[in-house]
Design a protein around this ligand. Structure first.
Ligand code: SF4
Length: 372
């Protein structure tokens, strides 16, 4: 997918006007925009796996993985690479062309990076597009993921800047934008969207879409989630989203983000076939398959097959990049050296001898390279 160029900034009034179009006019406009860039009958299937469950120190009010809420989540350590590969093979056999790996962290630690990079390499070797969501990233961590071949990084803004503090207090909206910027700077494609049904109003939905569409480079991938109200979380009793309002938001998103993949994500299990069909008509062109999303049940595979048949939909052809680009090739070798160095006795010998900087200067050179 090619990088997107900046659209003339959407104003609040323009977005409001879209939301207030008659429903049929809005869907016609969205479908027209959709057909300019995408096949109307192709939908990508993605698989999302939780590679580290629960125990997260953040306070996102919708999330069962926060350690602050009393939910029935079963915590787990970071998965082994071999187990991820087994699951990824299964996902591919089920028709997925994209494999997304999520970990419940505020941010990954340095000690996690080697394992995460191995996961990316192994999954890419299967011919799958790769995506990770790991929380906040430093520039160096983004560069490490890029060097391993990561295609997409997911980091949602969740809601509007104005409503954000009602949902999360342990990190700021700007922190989200900073991580997205680190991801952009190293050349990883951005997956960034939000959640509907957290008590926000239509202006908040429009404001969230304006943030996304007015980015210097809008996200290539935009997940639109419908809140799954999980017992034990502060939003367990939130009001449900009016289904046609959900479709409206998808349609407005399609018009404002004409080149982005729009992903129907959490909450699809509660949607009727008719509602999902309207979402596809409004421009959604990706779904998650598999029994589970990160922490919530998903639509059963058979049900998806039946819906695809009824609507005449076909799976989007996988188009993963198997080879690393120039930047990846350049930065990959220092990181391989780093991993090899950490695993050898040479490191101990050199460190005992004194010049510890020999290793960190290598890493520093890699970081500096990424600033170009
Ligand atoms: S959404 Fe992510 S960052 Fe927020 S509590 Fe859940 S796992 Fe942690």
């Amino acid at each position: 997918m090619k990088q997107q160029s900046r659209h003339t900034a959407w104003t609040e009034g323009q977005v409001e006007a879209l939301f207030h179009l008659p429903f049929s006019d809005l869907l016609y406009k969205a479908q027209t925009v959709h057909r300019e860039k995408f096949s109307p009958n192709q939908v990508q299937k993605s698989r999302l796996v939780n590679i580290k469950v629960g125990g997260c120190p953040e306070d996102c009010k919708y999330c069962s993985q926060s350690i602050r809420y009393n939910t029935d989540i079963k915590m787990s350590k970071l998965m082994d690479v071999a187990d991820v590969v087994v699951d990824a093979k299964r996902a591919k056999a089920d028709g997925a062309s994209r494999y997304c790996m999520g970990a419940a962290w505020r941010n990954p630690q340095t000690s996690h990076m080697s394992k995460l990079c191995s996961m990316i390499q192994e999954v890419k070797a299967l011919g799958l597009e790769t995506c990770m969501t790991l929380g906040m990233l430093t520039h160096r961590q983004a560069l490490q993921l890029k060097s391993a071949g990561l295609d997409f990084y997911n980091h949602n803004i969740d809601t509007s800047p104005e409503y954000y503090q009602n949902i999360i207090t342990t990190r700021k909206f700007q922190d989200r934008l900073d991580t997205i910027e680190h991801v952009r700077q190293v050349g990883i494609k951005v997956c960034c969207g939000g959640i509907l049904g957290m008590g926000e109003n239509q202006q908040d939905r429009g404001s969230m879409l304006r943030v996304l569409a007015n980015m210097k480079e809008p996200p290539e991938s935009v997940p639109i989630n419908m809140l799954v109200r999980i017992p034990g979380t502060p939003l367990e009793n939130a009001s449900t989203v009016e289904p046609l309002d959900f479709v409206r938001t998808i349609a407005v998103a399609r018009i404002m983000l004409p080149k982005s993949m729009l992903r129907l994500s959490a909450g699809r299990r509660s949607m009727s076939e008719e509602l999902q069909a309207l979402c596809f008509l409004a421009g959604a062109n990706s779904i998650f398959v598999g029994d589970r999303l990160l922490t919530t049940d998903n639509v059963e595979l058979d049900a998806d097959e039946i819906l695809f048949q009824k609507l005449g939909l076909e799976e989007m052809t996988p188009q993963p990049s198997h080879s690393r680009d120039f930047l990846q090739e350049v930065v990959w070798w220092p990181f391989r050296f780093e991993r090899w160095f950490r695993s050898t006795r040479l490191k101990t010998a050199i460190c005992r001898a004194g010049p510890r900087r020999s290793f960190s200067s290598c890493a520093g050179a890699v970081t500096a390279l990424g600033d170009f």
